[in-house]
Design a protein around this ligand. Structure first.
Ligand SMILES: *[C@@H]1O[C@H](CO)[C@@H](O)[C@H](O)[C@H]1NC(C)=O
Ligand SMILES: *[C@@H]1O[C@H](CO)[C@@H](O)[C@H](O)[C@H]1NC(C)=O
Ligand SMILES: *[C@@H]1O[C@H](CO)[C@@H](O)[C@H](O)[C@H]1NC(C)=O
Length: 175
């Protein structure tokens, strides 16, 4: 009896977890990333730039899980952008919670130190942009370029999933 109840509990628990998963995918149309979300894995089209499984199990296990794949049939730039876009779109709530917990309000009444941080980030971005332009075939700087494209996708995907303008974040905020 005890074992049976335990088994039932485990079964219910895994069914619950199973139901919490959702799938997202990005396709490309007229130069735009189009994002879709479904509960049914079979609905992910064969031709996609990125696809992901997302399940927020923080209330059960303390963790949220994101598994994301991109398609080598698309250009590297599109794969990087779509990977960021899909992550930002699917994990919007967690990004906003993290922002609220860690960063929102950090710069209130700290104009001096925050000005220094902004200067540092500006200079760093200019440096990276100049190195990316000067070394188009270098594998390191090529990867850097893709990384920045991914962050840009992350911001756009996050904002795409965010209806309240008060919660919009810039690429710089995500940096
Ligand atoms: C999932 O999608 C596939 C393909 O569109 C469809 O054949 C199947 O019936 C769907 N399954 C459920 C449970 O809705
Ligand atoms: C986790 O629990 C909180 C508090 O009950 C609830 O507001 C939140 O929607 C839950 N999150 C998920 C992903 O189920
Ligand atoms: C910022 O400084 C002003 C003036 O000293 C003060 O009135 C205000 O409460 C401060 N705001 C925060 C969020 O600390």
């Amino acid at each position: 009896m005890n074992l049976y109840m335990k088994y039932c509990f485990l079964l219910l628990f895994s069914l619950f977890i199973f139901c919490e998963s959702k799938y997202g995918f990005v396709t490309w149309s007229n130069g735009n990333a189009i994002v879709s979300v479904t509960d049914n894995y079979s609905e992910i089209p064969k031709v996609h730039v990125a696809k992901a499984t997302y399940s927020n199990e923080i209330n059960n296990t303390g963790w949220a899980f994101l598994e994301l794949h991109t398609s080598a049939d698309s250009s590297d730039e599109k794969q990087a952008y779509a990977a960021g876009f899909l992550e930002g779109y699917l994990t919007r709530d967690l990004i906003w919670m993290h922002w609220q917990n860690m960063l929102k309000g950090y710069c209130y009444n700290k104009t001096e130190v925050c000005g220094l941080i902004e200067d540092f980030v500006d200079k760093n971005e200019d440096y990276i942009a100049s190195m990316v332009t000067a070394n188009p075939t270098d594998p390191y700087w090529y990867q850097m370029k893709l990384y920045y494209i991914q962050i840009e996708g992350l911001a756009v995907g996050y904002n795409h999933a965010t209806s309240d303008p008060y919660e919009w974040l810039t690429v710089r905020d995500l940096m």
